[in-house]
Design a protein around this ligand. Structure first.
Ligand code: AVI
Length: 326
């Protein structure tokens, strides 16, 4: 007979919930308190991020799309037959790139890597309209997806990895270099990487992009506390925290924080955690590094790539850099 105190399967936390709980416990007990930015993207957070990308004050997505459309032939020329995109979102950027390359581009095999099954399904649907494009989905972390992609050598010709949206900006410098080395090791000499990176720009523009007047970015940030309340039985008072975006000049990054408006006790039962936040104390939830064009060239060269082209959107200060695995 099953003892009544033993949790049923339905009650037992999943491995991913246990991982989330462990990280929440670890990072919220650091000084300063922190939370990893990858947890911003549950269903609500992903929808809020999509909304951010449409805001007039967050020009990154539109600037990148203009560059992809304008340089599609140069990017997909020279015999690219296979593409891997890490974090394809809705698939709209890849679709614009493929459309911009015209009809003489030849057959393409496209690998999409994302931990979110719904993102993969949506990107797959967006790409359905293109003839001669075969889509392979990898529901996996970037590292695992790249490994699977590196092993799947079904197609002759050059391979192109896409890492767009300035996602590289959310890595700290050591994590960024390790990540670029992983991308390099999944490619052969002569294959290519296309990297989309947001550039340093006037501070008022950066602050508006990360603290918009409609409060969408604030909601995106506070939603992380709602997620913890929902998934880990937390009791964060969502009205007791204020979104803060700060430009850290020395580190060349925008930081997002959640600032406690008063002294308050917080408990997160699912992470076995209880603590007190003082008035003005913050939880650091994201860093978004901004680069100069030459920094991008240097980081790629250090990671085993040679830069072939760099296109810059002058209006919104965004760069697309095409680099070849050396
Ligand atoms: C996904 N990532 C590149 C975005 C960024 O700009 O750092 C996330 C974001 N955070 C606030 N607004 C957008």
């Amino acid at each position: 007979m099953t003892p009544t105190t033993q949790p049923t399967l339905a009650e037992a936390p999943s491995a991913s919930t246990r991982g989330f709980a462990g990280e929440v416990r670890h990072f919220l007990t650091q000084q300063p308190r922190q939370l990893p930015s990858r947890y911003l993207y549950d269903d609500v957070g992903s929808a809020l991020f999509e909304a951010i990308c449409r805001l007039p004050w967050y020009p990154l997505t539109r600037a990148e799309l203009r560059l992809l459309e304008g340089h599609a032939r140069e990017i997909l020329g020279a015999g690219v037959t296979t593409i891997v995109e890490l974090g394809p979102g809705s698939g709209a950027k890849l679709s614009a790139l493929i459309a911009g390359a015209g009809h003489d581009r030849g057959r393409l095999e496209v690998h999409l890597v994302d931990v979110s099954g719904s993102a993969l399904a949506q990107a797959g649907r967006t790409l359905e309209g293109h003839s001669d494009v075969r889509v392979v989905a990898h529901r996996a972390t970037y590292e695992t997806g790249l490994r699977e992609f590196g092993l799947a050598r079904s197609n002759p010709g050059r391979r192109l990895a896409l890492f767009l949206g300035s996602n590289i900006g959310n890595f700290d410098p050591p994590g960024r270099d390790a990540f670029l080395a992983t991308v390099r090791s999944s490619l052969d000499r002569g294959d290519a990487l296309l990297l989309g990176v947001d550039l340093v720009k006037p501070v008022p523009d950066l602050l508006l992009a990360y603290d918009d007047p409609l409060g969408v970015t604030a909601a995106f940030n506070v939603n992380l506390l709602r997620r913890i309340n929902h998934e880990l039985q937390g009791d964060f008072d969502l009205r007791g925290f204020t979104h803060r975006a700060i430009w850290n000049e020395e580190a060349s990054r925008i930081e997002m924080h959640l600032r406690s408006d008063r002294r308050q006790r917080v408990a997160v039962r699912g992470a076995d955690l209880a603590f007190v936040m003082e008035p003005g104390e913050t939880i650091w939830t994201e860093s978004s590094y901004k680069y100069r064009p030459q920094d991008i060239v240097s980081m790629l060269e250090r990671s085993g790539f040679g830069v072939r082209a760099q296109w810059i959107d002058a209006a919104d200060r965004f760069a697309l850099t095409l680099a070849e695995a050396a």
